[in-house]
Design a protein. Structure first.
Length: 202
């Protein structure tokens, strides 16, 4: 008399487990899309960069486990919310899954229409305000490039292409400003020799 009831209960538990597993797989499959379409994309990027005084905002993104990550309308700001860099789009050659599986192989990353905003003064610049305090985190011998004090510099392999880059500069001392446009550049980190990185400018 009790056996059919036991089988019935086992069947219900099994069906619930299947349902839970199916929902979990669906959530994992949709996770990149959920991140791309929500505020999580900016939250996760800022947490990943973890640089004091630097904020990143992505206008929109396209993410999928097996597709190329694409970021559009990217803006880097300092702690005064003044722009340091704006980018039209960033596209990776590798899929999101490939990048997560091997973060030391970036493949080819294309950055289109980057605009650098450089504000100079007599004792530094807006870029130095953000990155100079972190110089001591990378302790390298300037002459030999060797590691000192246990510091370690790890450069992922890959190629970064800049398309139609521009630099806007402003000098508060001379009260001059200008723009350098139509910059085409390629940063190749796969050809590292004696800790030198190859940079080609066109």
């Amino acid at each position: 008399m009790n056996r059919p009831r036991t089988v019935s209960r086992t069947g219900k538990v099994f069906r619930r487990l299947l349902l839970f597993g199916g929902l979990l797989l669906l959530l994992i499959a949709c996770l990149p899309t959920l991140v791309a379409k929500s505020r999580l994309r900016n939250t996760l990027l800022n947490d990943a960069m973890a640089v004091d005084g630097l904020k990143v905002h992505v206008g929109r993104a396209s993410l999928g486990w097996f597709s190329q990550p694409k970021f559009h309308d990217v803006v880097l700001q300092d702690d005064r919310e003044e722009p340091l860099l704006s980018v039209g789009s960033i596209v990776s050659q590798h899929s999101l899954l490939e990048l997560l599986a091997n973060n030391q192989d970036l493949g080819e990353i294309t950055i289109e229409q980057p605009k650098v905003f450089l504000r100079l003064r007599d004792n530094g610049s807006n870029w130095e305000d953000v990155f100079a305090p972190h110089d001591d985190e990378i302790a390298l011998d300037q002459e030999s490039g060797s590691e000192i004090e246990g510091a370690r510099l790890s450069i992922p392999r890959g190629t970064i292409r800049l398309v139609d880059a521009e630099i806007y500069w402003e000098d508060s001392v001379s009260h001059r400003q200008g723009r350098i446009k139509d910059i085409q550049a390629e940063l190749d980190t796969t050809r590292i020799s004696d800790n030198l990185v190859r940079l080609d400018l066109n």
